[in-house]
Ligand binder design. Structure first.
Ligand SMILES: Nc1nc2c(ncn2[C@@H]2O[C@H](COP(=O)(O)OP(=O)(O)OP(=O)(O)O)[C@@H](O)[C@H]2O)c(=O)[nH]1
Ligand SMILES: [Mg+2]
Length: 344
């Protein structure tokens, strides 16, 4: 089942962000360092216009450092993009964001004195945590679940900078379904909108190929099986995720695997690479092209009427039957008339 979560409050939050935009000088888009592509909201790119935007890779303590560096180099090939990594573990680094905000705004408008920065991004990526670190006090509510911040909140840092914390938002449809799975695995989608078995299978399939050694150590396995189902079964046995009767509790082992990924217990793991995304987007484009071509073909077939083949066939059969019936009625009437004549 594809992952999908775009409740009404996100639509409202996006609208309110758009309304606040005219009072904002710079956007700080917080991305998840473990999934820099999938955590980038296309709605935000649309909303942003030509406002300066800093892209912050947060939760870098949980991500694979080599892949984080690869992603930064990849995105910065576009010279207008500047990325910056940070994490809860590295508060000194996070504070450096204030300097980056000033520099980026000054580059655009030298005379700017008072700056409003809007912090935006997907749910549960650490926006409010960053606000608290920058403010040096707990001022915004944080929590390890998607959808903690419900409304915009203005925080005056003093010295001419105001931060605007915003609720996490996703977008109506994930064009690349794999991005939906990755967002689900990362914790950006509310638990009630997820099937743990689905995202668990997706995660297991990726992890046995990308990080087999981490799984071997964490789940005390002598070797890594070839398929995700075999891995989940072996892991369930070592972790006691077994139901009465001895069957494997797949739901439980999937939930456990996802939990250990989210808390970093598996090791520093990233869920995507630039090469993977390039291949997936090519596949998405191929499917979209095929769909469009099929639609065009269907249109061509029926351009002379709105009837579907079924309806059309049924109408032909009905007309034929009616014709046969009226021929039979006519013959019967002629026979009756003939008999009448004879009797006279
Ligand atoms: N390991 C790790 N955890 C982090 C980091 N930043 C935030 N967290 C945790 O991630 C969870 C979500 O943080 P929040 O700041 O509430 O996230 P948010 O983006 O404001 O979430 P919403 O308000 O729901 O959109 C909390 O449990 C934080 O402690 C980080 O850099 N590393
Ligand atoms: Mg928040």
């Amino acid at each position: 089942m594809a992952v999908h979560w775009f409740p009404g409050h996100m639509h409202k939050a996006l609208k309110e962000m758009q309304e606040a935009l005219s009072t904002v000088d710079i956007l700080i888009e917080v991305l998840d360092a473990r999934l820099p592509y999938s955590s980038e909201n296309p709605e935000i790119a649309r909303l942003r216009g030509d406002k300066p935007c800093l892209k912050i890779f947060n939760k870098s303590d949980l991500a694979d450092p080599e892949l984080t560096a690869e992603w930064q180099a990849h995105l910065e090939q576009d010279r207008s993009i500047k990325t910056y990594t940070t994490s809860l573990e590295d508060k000194g680094n996070t504070k450096h964001i204030i300097e980056l905000i000033r520099q980026t705004c000054a580059a655009k408008n030298k005379s700017i004195k008072n700056i409003t920065a809007m912090i935006i991004g997907i749910p549960n990526v650490g926006k409010s945590t960053i606000v608290n670190i920058l403010a040096d006090r707990v001022i915004a509510k944080t929590g390890n679940e998607a959808g903690v911040t419900k409304n915009q909140q203005r925080i005056n840092l003093g010295s001419g900078i105001v931060l605007l914390d915003t609720p996490g938002v996703l977008w109506p449809k994930f064009l690349n379904p794999n991005s939906g799975y990755r967002l689900g695995i990362s914790g950006a989608v509310k638990d009630t909108a997820l099937e743990y078995d689905d995202i668990g299978f997706f995660a297991a399939d990726y992890l046995i190929k990308a990080y087999p050694e981490y799984l071997k150590t964490r789940f005390k396995l002598d070797h890594i099986p070839d398929t995700e189902i075999e891995f989940l079964e072996s892991a369930a046995k070592t972790r006691g995720a077994i139901m009465t009767g001895g069957r494997v509790n797949l739901h439980k082992i999937c939930e456990l695997l996802i939990g250990e990924f989210r808390t970093g217990k598996l090791g520093p793991v990233s869920l995507e690479t630039p090469a993977m995304i390039e291949a997936e987007l090519a596949e998405v484009a191929r499917i979209a092209e095929k769909k469009a071509a099929d639609k065009l073909k269907r249109k061509e077939r029926f351009k002379d009427g709105s009837l579907t083949p079924d309806k059309h066939d049924r109408k032909e059969v009905r007309t034929k039957k009616r014709g046969e019936q009226s021929a039979r009625d006519k013959a019967r009437q002629q026979e009756i008339n003939k008999q009448k004549k004879k009797r006279r």
